[in-house]
Design a protein around this ligand. Sequence first.
Ligand code: FDA
Length: 403
Amino acid sequence: METFDIAVIGAGAAGMMSAAVAAQNGRRVVLLDHAERLAEKIRISGGGRCNFTNINAGPANFLSANSHFCRSALARYTPQDFLALLKRHRVAWHEKHKGQLFCDDSSESIIQLLKSECDSGGVTWRRPVTVASTSHDGARFTLETSAGTITCAAVVVATGGLSIPKIGATDFAYRLAKQFGHKLVDTRPALVPLTFSSDDWAPFAALSGLSVEVALSAGKGRARGEFAEDLLLTHRGLSGPGVLQISTYWNPSEAISIDLLPGVDAVAEFLAAKAGSRKQIGNFLGERVPARLAQTWLDVQRISADARLADLPDKTLRQIGESLSNWTLTPNGTEGYRKAEVTRGGVDTRELSSTTMMSARVAGLYFIGEAVDVTGWLGGYNFQWAWASGVAAGKAAAEFVAA
Ligand code: FDA
């Protein structure tokens, strides 16, 4: 039997950060993971360059049933704090689109940075190892693992969500949460391409590979997302950054809305163009969106692309303008956890402390990172949540053990 102050389960983004912080605060920390390769999700992130944060990250960029939960941790560990850490480790980075920060070199620099932070605190590594059971006797936890029994005063659960099972995602955090009486918010693939029935999609499948800048929206009320980003047509449906963003807000059987002419009053533009115009509507629309999309879109709306603007009644032009600004489509599903960048939902945060991430049910039990019901937008937000929640729990667990 081995004795530690804190066991961190899951050596991904949040777990490594948390273990490093707890260990650097003087605690004896063991970090366990079942995967053969370390932090595979960081490695493949951002196309291999890890979009490690977003300079604009704030609570408005996250979806949760408990929308204020992420505030405290995000305020106490900001993108600037992570940049200071990169500076100390001489990791070079650059800004891309909309505040997204990427490594100049590769994601490996982030993995090495976290590993060296853990090593400088003296974290004990146990991997690959499986955790068969976790119990609590009211004072200490006992973990039965494939590498023997571990006892500790605090456990930090950082095993992530369900996305990409082939690189080791499991429902470990959810099972453990339920075991200790926690509720879960329904989980669903998020930041994921949307699919359509083959009948609905047949006309568009031939446009696979085509990308258009649009505005999109999905969801309702506080859980409504609106984004101005690119959309990519695929053989099975829609992808691209804009679609991944709204997929987090989309609920099965609901429609999504696409504005094909963002920033344009399409009705006014079509009515104004009518006067004295000999232009065909297909050509007119083809000057505003890719010509092949214009043709297919008009076919699906049963409007002849050859019709001249001047010959179309105002009512029809108004309807066309409205449909272009609010093209509604109902996906039949998503590409699932196989392709989802993250998992929406997870451990219900209403039973966790927003300052420490500690369970309100079991003293010394913490849940962090993607395992909890905090889902960030595409663009570095999910890693920022992993860092911020990891630091909050690492510091808090270190204090808890000392008390
Ligand atoms: P994470 O998944 O990183 O780590 C969980 C760890 O727990 C893993 O090491 C796993 O092996 C381990 N584990 C799981 N089950 C276990 C068990 N039963 N026993 C022991 N160990 C177990 N985000 C972002 O901000 N910018 C980006 O560029 C990208 N890019 C990106 C690309 C792709 C393809 C994906 C799939 C995801 C992204 N993300 C992203 C999302 C980001 O990777 C994700 O939100 C964080 O890695 C979550 O960090 P966690 O530490 O919570 O989980």
